[in-house]
Write a protein that binds this ligand. Structure first.
Ligand SMILES: C[S@@+](CC[C@H](N)C(=O)[O-])C[C@H]1O[C@@H](n2cnc3c(N)ncnc32)[C@H](O)[C@@H]1O
Length: 508
């Protein structure tokens, strides 16, 4: 796995760790707190930042938890200061993303299949390997601290094994390990899969996706690298309701893809004016592009433009943006989400938008295919459930949880939701079909099949519609299909999640 790019901001502050890899001069107010433990005892205690990272890995591998939910709770529980929280985040996220690479190394050093190891031991080995090969932690600190952690958390016996294996990991630099494993790979996709720590099937799917959307397959390496970098925090000011001036004063930088957006790198986003009120929101720039494009695209046939539907709205990011624009245009938004707790998130998300302009419904989206809804809406967003292969950088463990067998079920549902939306849209209205996946089965094949099923459907020039809402110098994203075009954004090109969009309409 490449270590060219920094992953997480902690390293900038790395000199503030001492030779044991512990933080010094934490900058906390008040008198310094000294450990009450004798030196012999101290060795047995785990560094709190490493302990938090270890607990995250245990929850993820033992209880199928999501790291992005577990980590903040543990950071609070262990009262980590900002630097230790950064270290724990880099360690836990890096070890989870890099799991494929580290497991490939560990497999050459352990005399049995890794699946036969105690999962806690495997997690400790992954944490140690990540510190040794991808973080600027001194070798002896990475070894000593991981062994102390293992002794305290798992036991003295396993800590011996962990010590022995990690010493052998540390015997080579990351480049040498990458070369050794690459030389042993039996195919190019396996080589990339190990080097960039992605499952082999995902490497092949992403490579196929690049080709399907008209890009050069050679970009695959840049795409995989981009998946291993933490995304920037993107902000959006809800049109007519929020302002980015407060964020910019705090150091946010204007977004380069889409107007009224910004990127923010200065810590706790809750302190940005407007965030608590919900008028300034954290939202990937790609999602902003999708919502704005649907709201902005000219309807192929004039007529009413008042009833808008977000068919799969949870948790409500795009609904909030659509709702705010609906207020400006005197339109009404129905935000639909079948899962009750996600429907509550949609309502929370829309709370900052005047309540007369939106409502939340809790239907299976496919019910909008019924007679009752025929031709009811002028604009419909179908932001369909998908594999999420376009957002792997957001959830470090997600790539290891997905499987090729998930795809057919999702594509069937995507087609059904699109059919329901097609029933619910009026003649000359528009549907934005969006996925956060570039997989060709979830993108252009769904659209091609849909067009085959509906002779009265037409694919519009989505590339032109998107170029109307992004800055003029934004990298191209369109690809011709049928009479129109589709759009695919990419992390390595646009700095967004890999979101797909096709705008469809109903002919008379
Ligand atoms: C990709 S997410 C939508 C993201 C959302 N538009 C946003 O910007 O925050 C897909 C959503 O579809 C919902 N969903 C799943 N099955 C559905 C169905 N049969 N009908 C409608 N929505 C469904 C999921 O619960 C999930 O909240």
């Amino acid at each position: 796995m490449s270590t060219q790019e920094p992953r997480g901001g902690y390293r900038e502050n790395e000199p503030r760790r001492n030779a044991q890899g512990r933080t010094r001069n934490r900058g906390q107010a008040g008198p310094r707190k000294y450990s009450q433990a004798a030196p012999g005892q101290r060795k047995r205690q785990a560094d709190p930042a490493r302990l938090v990272a270890f607990k995250v890995l245990r929850e993820v591998s033992g209880s199928d938890a999501y790291a992005n939910l577990v980590l903040p709770k543990l950071i609070r529980e262990y009262q980590l200061d900002r630097r230790d929280a950064g270290f724990a985040t880099e360690l836990a996220y890096g070890a989870l993303r890099g799991q494929g690479f580290y497991d490939a190394i560990l497999s050459t050093l352990v005399d049995r299949p890794l699946t036969e190891l105690d999962p806690a031991i495997l997690d400790a080995l992954r944490l140690g390997a990540h510190q040794l090969l991808a973080m600027r932690v001194p070798k002896h600190a990475a070894l000593d601290e991981t062994v102390s952690l293992a002794r305290a958390q798992i036991g003295a016996g396993p800590s011996g094994l962990i010590n022995a294996v990690l010493r052998r990991v540390s015997a080579q630099e990351v480049e040498a390990w990458t070369k050794q494993l690459s030389d042993a790979a039996s195919s190019e996709s396996e080589r990339l899969s190990i080097k960039h720590s992605h499952p082999d099937w995902i490497v092949r799917a992403l490579r196929g996706a690049l080709i399907a959307h008209g890009r050069d397959a050679a970009e695959i390496e840049a795409l995989l690298q981009a998946d291993n970098l933490a995304p920037l925090v993107n902000l959006v000011a809800l049109p007519g309701l929020g302002e980015l001036s407060g964020a910019l004063e705090l150091g946010a930088e204007p977004g380069t893809l889409v107007p009224d957006s910004a990127t923010y790198k200065h810590g706790d986003v809750a302190r940005v004016p407007g965030v608590k009120e919900g008028t300034v929101r954290v939202q990937d720039a790609g999602s902003q592009v999708m919502a704005r494009t649907l709201a902005n695209v000219q309807l192929p046939e004039s007529g009413e433009d008042r009833y808008w539907l977000d068919l799969c709205a949870g948790p409500g990011g795009k609904a909030a943006l659509l709702g705010a624009i609906a207020v400006e245009r005197d339109a009404r938004l129905t935000a639909n989400e079948p899962t009750a707790h996600r429907a509550r998130l949609v309502a929370n998300s829309l709370d900052a938008v005047p309540h007369d302009y939106w409502m939340v419904t809790e239907e299976d989206g496919r019910t909008f295919g019924g007679e009752d809804y025929a031709g009811d809406y002028d604009r419909i967003m179908v932001d369909a459930p998908c594999s999420g292969l376009g957002a792997l950088r957001r959830r470090p463990e997600s790539r290891w949880r997905k499987a090729p067998r998930d795809i057919p079920e999702l594509t069937a549902l995507q087609g059904e939701l699109l059919d329901a939306a097609f029933n619910a849209v009026r003649v000359g209205g528009v549907i934005g079909f969006v996925t956060c996946s570039p997989h060709q089965a979830e993108t252009r094949l769904v659209v091609e099949d849909f067009l085959k099923r509906h002779e009265d459907a037409v694919l519009l020039d989505t590339a032109a519609a998107v170029s109307d809402v992004v800055y003029a110098d934004a990298p191209a994203a369109g690809h011709a299909l049928a009479e129109g075009s589709t759009v695919q954004l990419w992390p390595h090109i646009h700095g967004t999640d890999a979101m797909f969009m096709a705008i469809l309409s109903k002919k008379a």
